[in-house]
Design a protein around this ligand. Structure first.
Ligand SMILES: Cc1cc2nc3c(=O)[nH]c(=O)nc-3n(C[C@H](O)[C@H](O)[C@H](O)COP(=O)(O)OP(=O)(O)OC[C@H]3O[C@@H](n4cnc5c(N)ncnc54)[C@H](O)[C@@H]3O)c2cc1C
Length: 386
């Protein structure tokens, strides 16, 4: 396709809905055919499901993992790559809803998850810190409120003013290539004995059986970690979680913007980082797309892509060519907590991270895995799991 082609009104200079993170080299996994059995079956091989797989392996369980697409073909391999401590809600909002003690305990769990990521080295993870940059005076005031709450709760944050704008600095946060990270998690799981299958859509499940189009798993329990597809697979959760589309673009390598840390701007609607190759990966403006973004479609749309491009050119001042445009589905809940639930007698469900799930997803996946094996999990209780 030439650079001059136009589809749906936006410039198709980056065809294919391919994330900038794809460096190739993934050899793929077989699909499930026929009947098999395992102690636990994990549905969804993004960051949450793969974390569950590793927790199950840590506890000596046999595991079958299934994904309708490739490993990390959903949001886990198509996100902004920010490893932000906490849940999607800022800490002061989480504290207001849950109480400071519980919100702080949850925050600490995500910090532990971040430290494990950094220790693992997967996906080129780097501790850079992260910035919350205010888009206006009202948000600046909100940053002060957040800072006061975090200081009171002993969480690391400081006031920031710099070329990116004003707001807060979280010195310990990190960035990662999220697709490489997930693929590495999958490779390690396979080498530890997990049986993982791609291109295996789960059509139906109970706590003891998982059915795909061409196969079936008999198991003692199931962990479901499909985030943006929760209500499709488990319609009983339709009242708790809703699917939204999030979109990004990335540029060719450029020296036009010196960024040492990722930026999270306008209450987190926009987010961008400079990759090690010097590309700018920018996401956001879901709200600009209006109701159209409450969709299960996972293709880039004109309205949001045009707005992202305008921000790149007018606000960040970049001229660099756009080389990638992509989208993926995520699940949103109404409150500050994600979904942590048990349904259908033995199906342990996590998801609904409201757009920030790289760390809390790992915490939730591991918690669900423990509960699936009838082990205690403080994280599961903190997440509100019944
Ligand atoms: C554009 C974008 C930017 C984001 N930026 C950030 C960020 O910078 N930091 C951050 O923390 N979070 C970010 N997020 C959110 C984050 O990506 C998600 O919260 C996280 O990836 C959720 O992980 P998961 O494993 O639960 O879900 P997913 O990664 O979506 O994985 C679920 C898997 O389930 C599979 N599946 C679905 N239905 C079925 C079925 N019926 N049978 C079998 N398999 C099925 C899917 O194919 C998918 O692979 C972003 C999300 C997007 C889309």
């Amino acid at each position: 396709m030439s650079e001059d082609d136009v589809a749906d009104g936006f410039h198709v200079d980056a065809p294919g809905n391919v994330p900038v993170w794809d460096e190739g080299g993934w050899r793929g996994l077989a699909s499930l055919k026929g009947a098999t059995s395992a102690d636990v079956s994990v549905v969804g091989l993004g960051g949450s499901g793969l974390s569950a797989v590793h927790e199950l392996l840590d506890m000596g369980a046999s595991v079958v993992g299934l994904d309708v697409g490739p490993v990390a073909g959903g949001a886990a391999g198509r996100n902004g790559g920010l490893l932000l401590a906490g849940v999607a809600a800022f800490h002061h909002d989480a504290a207001a809803a849950l109480g400071p003690e519980r919100a702080t305990a949850l925050y600490r769990l995500t910090e532990e998850a971040r430290e494990s990521e950094i220790a693992s080295g997967m996906g080129g993870v780097r501790r850079t810190g992260s910035l919350r940059i205010a888009a206006d005076e009202a948000e600046l005031e909100d940053c002060w409120v957040q800072l006061r709450r975090m200081e009171a709760d002993g969480l690391a944050a400081s006031w920031y003013e710099g070329p990116e704008g004003a707001g807060l600095l979280f010195p310990d946060d990190a960035v990662v290539n999220p697709l490489s990270r997930s693929r590495e998690l999958a490779r390690r799981a396979v080498s530890r004995g997990a049986r993982l299958f791609e291109h295996s859509r789960v059509r139906d499940l109970t706590g003891g059986t998982v059915a795909t189009e061409a196969g079936q798993v008999s198991c003692g329990a199931v962990v479901v970690a499909v985030d943006g597809h929760l209500d499709l697979l488990l319609p009983e959760l339709a009242g708790s979680v809703r699917t939204a589309r999030l979109q990004m673009l990335a540029t060719e390598p450029t020296d036009e913007l010196a960024l040492t840390r990722p930026v999270y701007r306008r209450y987190g609607y926009e987010y961008y980082q400079r990759t090690p190759a010097g590309r700018i990966a920018l996401g956001g403006f879901r709200d600009h797309g209006g109701d159209d973004e409450w969709t299960k479609a996972a293709e880039p749309s004109a309205a949001v892509q045009e707005r992202l491009e305008r921000f790149l050119r007018d606000d960040l001042g970049l001229k660099a060519r756009i080389t990638h445009r992509w989208a993926a589905s995520v699940g949103y809940t109404r409150g500050v907590l994600p979904v942590a639930a048990v349904v259908r007698g033995g199906v342990w469900v996590v998801g609904g991270y409201s757009g920030t799930g790289n760390l809390v997803g790992a915490v939730a996946g591991r918690a669900a895995a423990r509960r699936a094996l009838d082990e205690k999990s403080r994280a599961w209780s903190l997440l509100g799991g019944a």
